[in-house]
Design a protein around this ligand. Structure first.
Ligand SMILES: [Zn+2]
Ligand SMILES: [Zn+2]
Length: 396
């Protein structure tokens, strides 16, 4: 059966079929097993406990699509261009990134398969609660937007991340500065208003050329493979506890979806090199400082050897809603539950808050003027203003 608009796949896999009722089992964050959504039967699955493979970047990409598990298929959003990998009978009626309703089956392959992942620990139910709680605290969001947001779907999505290892060696040139002191005479004005000269010590720097070699091994430099989430928002729901990484198995993504990396392995490597370059420059500076008081690195050239990479999947709940032609996203970390997002601000609500604040201030001013307050009462009022959070309220 082909239903191009939803990319539905009809065949059922033996692995995911419920032994009791024949329903399709999906990954259950609570038990960390497969669970049948129809009869609640649980089924554990085997996860290999070995260190994840890392691949030589010179031969990328070495892993075939089939390593995802043979049931994955890719859909593409017409709105924002996101490519999403779905498993089995999971379909996408709506793009999790932009909320667009048109998600088309894509003929492109799923690409490099992930080596390991952090499984979902937070259930969808908990994520929805975290999302609602976050929304209820948004005092300045228009109530219509809140309604739109509450109606929006929340999707459990694995976000692709690359990690890179490298052995890096840098040759640098620069200069090393050494402090020395000279005695200079200075004219100063004394407390009596009369001028006189004084001898003072002044610091100077003697520079000499410096050069050298520094090396370092990098392990698991993390680069996000998604471009559809603002980096600042993404980092606001981090960190992930990478100690909980497990070997990839298709069971983990049953019932969830994955974003296909928008940043490929080589583009990700370019980003990782920026991290490497910054660290190597810091090491070169530290190298000069071992024998100097001040350091300056003017030129550095870095060679990276044994560059290896792997693809990781990290769990995220994502809700996107549209309000007045803009898309707003709310994220819930699928491992820790940390929540953050964007919401529109209603100018009316802000205005009302400002007016309330002014009324309170006006009332207090009247109090000040009409009664003769003692020093302590004035102090108390001052404290009250700060504690009552008039300012905090306006900032929220
Ligand atoms: Zn069942
Ligand atoms: Zn989209």
């Amino acid at each position: 059966m082909s239903e191009p608009s939803l990319g539905r796949i009809n065949q059922k896999s033996q692995t995911f079929t419920c032994p009791s009722c024949g329903g399709r089992m999906i990954f259950d964050p609570e038990s960390q097993q497969l669970k049948c959504p129809y009869c609640d039967r649980l089924k554990p699955f085997h996860v290999e406990k070995r260190t994840p493979n890392e691949y030589d970047i010179r031969y990328a990409p070495p892993v075939s699509d089939s390593a995802w598990g043979d049931e994955t298929h890719t859909v593409r959003c017409n709105g924002c261009g996101a490519e999403i990998i779905l498993t089995g009978e999971t379909t996408a009626d709506m793009c999790p990134f932009c909320g667009a309703p048109h998600v088309l089956a894509d003929q492109s392959k799923s690409g490099i398969a992930p080596e390991s992942l952090i499984s979902f620990r937070i259930t969808k139910h908990t994520a929805v609660q975290a999302f609602r709680k976050w929304l209820s605290k948004k005092l300045f969001a228009p109530s219509k937007a809140k309604k739109m947001a509450a109606l929006g779907q929340i999707t459990g999505l694995y976000l692709p991340h690359w990690t890179y290892d490298a052995r890096s060696t840098s040759h640098y040139t620069g200069r090393a500065g050494h402090y020395y002191y000279v005695t200079v005479e200075r004219v100063v004005t004394g407390p009596d208003g009369k001028k006189h000269t004084e001898k003072v010590q002044e610091q100077r720097i003697r520079w000499e050329p410096a050069s050298g070699v520094v090396s370092n091994s990098f392990d698991d430099i993390l680069v996000v493979g998604s471009e559809r989430l603002a980096p600042r928002m993404l980092s606001s729901v981090q960190p992930y506890h990478l100690s909980e990484l497990v070997q990839y198995a298709p069971e983990f993504i049953s019932g969830f979806c994955c974003e296909k990396p928008a940043i490929d392995v080589m583009k990700g490597w370019e980003k990782a090199q920026k991290t490497i370059d910054a660290e190597m420059a810091r090491l070169a500076e530290r190298d000069i400082l071992r024998h100097a008081d001040v350091a300056e690195v003017n030129h550095i050239s870095t060679e990276n050897e044994d560059v290896r990479y792997k693809l990781l999947l990290l769990p995220m709940y994502l809700s996107s809603f549209k309000y007045k032609d803009s898309v707003y996203q709310v994220l819930v970390n699928g491992q820790t539950g940390k929540t953050n997002g964007q919401s529109p601000v209603s100018p009316w609500r802000v205005l009302v808050a400002v007016l309330i604040g002014l009324l309170i201030l006006g009332g207090l001013y009247y109090l000040f003027m009409s009664e003769n307050l003692t020093e302590t009462e004035l102090y108390d009022l001052n404290q009250y203003l700060e504690v009552s959070g008039v300012l905090h309220f306006l900032r929220a």
